[in-house]
Ligand binder design. Structure first.
Ligand SMILES: Cc1ncc(COP(=O)(O)O)c(C=O)c1O
Length: 381
C-alpha cells in the first residue's frame, strides 16, 4: 500500500474543514443552520474592484503567466497603502511581495526560515495554521500563553526566562485573532527589542487591521524593526475579497528574497485580473472603510445581545471580525457548549479550544452574518 509522507502524521485536517462537513450534513437534513463560525466576509468587494477585474480580461497579456513578484503597479499600490495607513515605507521592488492570501505566506515564511527542530513561538490562543505549518516543515511549536488577565498580550518577562536557544521565529497577530485584543507601540517596541536580543524573526500577521479598529499598527513602524521583522497583510477581510486570495508580505530585501525563493518554486504568478482588482482595492478612499465598519458595528451590537442571552461576557473595545466571549463558569467545555447549541438551536459558533488550550471557556462569534440572521439566532433562545 502506498503510504503518505510522515509529515502528515503531524497534522490533522483543519477543524473548519471537518466541522463544516458536519454542519453541511445537518443542513442537508433540512436543519435551518445559522453559521456564525467562520470569518469569511459575506459582503461584496467595491464596484471599482469588480470593474477593474472585468475590464482587465481583454488586456493583451491577461491570460499569460504573470511575474513571480506580481505586477509593479500592485507592489506600488501595496507600498503606498502601507505608507498612507501605517506610516511604513518600503521599497516596492525589493521589500514587498504579493502573495495568494496571507495564509500561503505562513507556509512560505516557514519554508524559507525554519530548519527541522527549530522552535517557533506561537500564541495560545492563536490562528491554528501557525501550528500546523510549523509541524509540516518539521519545526517545533513552543506556545506562549495569552490570557484575559494579561490583556491577551505576550509576557516577555516570562518568555525571557524560558530557554530560547532553539527559537527561530515568533508569530504575532495584532489585532489578535481570535480575541480581538490590540497591541500598542510600546508593546511592539518591546517585542522588537526582545527579537533582536534573542535573534528571533518576528512575523506580525495583520489581516484584521481595518475591521473595527481605530489605530492601525504595523510592527514595521518600530524603528529598526526591519532588521528582525516581517509583516503579512491581506485583502481578504479589509476588502471583502477572501476568495480572491490576495495578500502580501513586507520586510527587508534579504528576507523578502528568501520568501521569493520558496514562492517562485511553488506557483507561477497570480492571475492578472485579480492583481488589477487588488490595485483598485488598495487605492479605495476612507469611505470604503467607514461603510464596512458601520455594518460590522451594527452586527456586533446584535452579537453582544446574543452573547448576553447566553450569559457570556466580552470586551466591547475589541477589534477584528469576531466577538470573543467568555462562557459562564458553570458551563461545560466550550466544545460541548457549542455542540449543544448546534444540535438544539441549529446555530454554529466556534469553540475557543480550536485556537489552543487557553481558549477553553470561550467561544468565538463571527461578524460575517447578516443582521436578520443574528436576530433570528437571538429569537431561538
Ligand atoms: C490570523 C489570521 N491570519 C491569516 C488568515 C488568512 O487570511 P488570508 O485570507 O489572507 O489567507 C486568517 C484567516 O482567517 C487569520 O485569521
Amino acid at each position: 500500500m502506498i503510504q503518505v509522507a510522515d509529515r502528515l502524521q503531524t497534522v490533522e485536517e483543519y477543524y473548519f474543514s471537518k466541522k463544516l462537513r458536519e454542519v453541511r450534513g445537518l443542513m442537508a437534513e433540512g436543519k435551518p443552520i445559522i453559521n456564525m463560525g467562520i470569518g469569511s466576509p459575506d459582503m461584496a468587494p467595491s464596484k471599482e474592484v469588480l470593474e477593474a477585474l472585468v475590464t482587465s480580461l481583454g488586456d493583451d497579456k491577461a491570460h499569460q503567466y504573470q511575474s513571480y513578484q506580481g505586477l509593479p503597479e500592485l507592489r506600488n499600490a501595496a507600498a503606498n497603502f502601507y505608507k498612507k495607513h501605517f506610516q511604513v515605507e518600503v521599497d516596492s521592488n525589493t521589500e514587498l511581495l504579493p502573495l495568494m492570501g496571507s495564509k500561503e505566506g505562513i507556509m512560505h515564511i516557514s519554508m524559507a526560515f525554519l530548519n527541522e527542530g527549530d522552535e517557533v513561538l506561537i500564541p495560545n490562543p492563536g490562528y491554528p495554521t501557525y501550528t500546523s505549518v510549523t509541524k509540516l516543515v518539521g519545526a517545533v511549536p513552543k506556545y506562549y500563553g495569552l490570557t484575559q488577565s494579561g490583556s491577551w498580550l505576550p509576557d516577555l518577562e516570562v518568555l525571557e526566562k524560558t530557554d530560547l536557544s532553539k527559537v527561530k521565529l515568533m508569530w504575532l497577530s495584532y489585532p489578535h485573532m481570535p480575541t480581538g485584543a490590540n497591541a500598542n507601540k510600546e508593546i511592539f517596541e518591546g517585542l522588537v527589542k526582545f527579537a533582536k536580543r534573542n535573534n528571533i524573526l518576528l512575523v506580525n500577521d495583520n489581516p484584521y487591521s481595518f475591521v473595527l479598529n481605530e489605530e492601525r499598527l504595523s510592527i514595521l513602524a518600530v524603528p529598526g524593526a526591519k532588521e528582525v521583522a516581517l509583516e503579512l497583510n491581506s485583502l481578504s477581510k479589509t476588502f471583502n475579497m477572501a476568495g480572491w486570495r490576495v495578500g502580501f508580505v513586507l520586510g527587508n530585501a534579504r528576507f523578502i528574497d528568501a520568501v521569493l525563493k520558496v514562492k517562485s518554486n511553488m506557483d507561477s504568478g497570480m492571475f492578472y485580473g485579480l492583481q488589477k482588482g487588488a490595485v483598485k482595492a488598495l487605492e479605495l478612499s476612507s469611505k470604503w472603510y467607514s461603510a464596512l465598519n458601520k455594518v460590522y458595528q451594527k452586527r456586533r451590537a446584535l452579537i453582544f445581545q446574543l452573547a448576553d442571552t447566553l450569559g457570556c461576557t466580552y470586551n466591547t473595545d475589541a477589534s477584528g471580525m469576531f466577538v470573543w466571549a467568555k462562557l459562564p463558569s458553570e458551563m461545560p467545555s466550550a466544545e460541548a457548549f457549542i455542540d449543544k447549541i448546534l444540535y438544539d438551536k441549529s446555530i454554529f459558533i466556534t469553540p475557543g479550544t480550536i485556537f489552543g488550550s487557553n481558549g477553553e471557556g470561550y467561544i468565538r462569534f463571527s461578524l460575517c452574518v447578516k443582521e436578520e440572521q443574528i436576530k433570528e439566532a437571538i429569537n431561538r433562545f
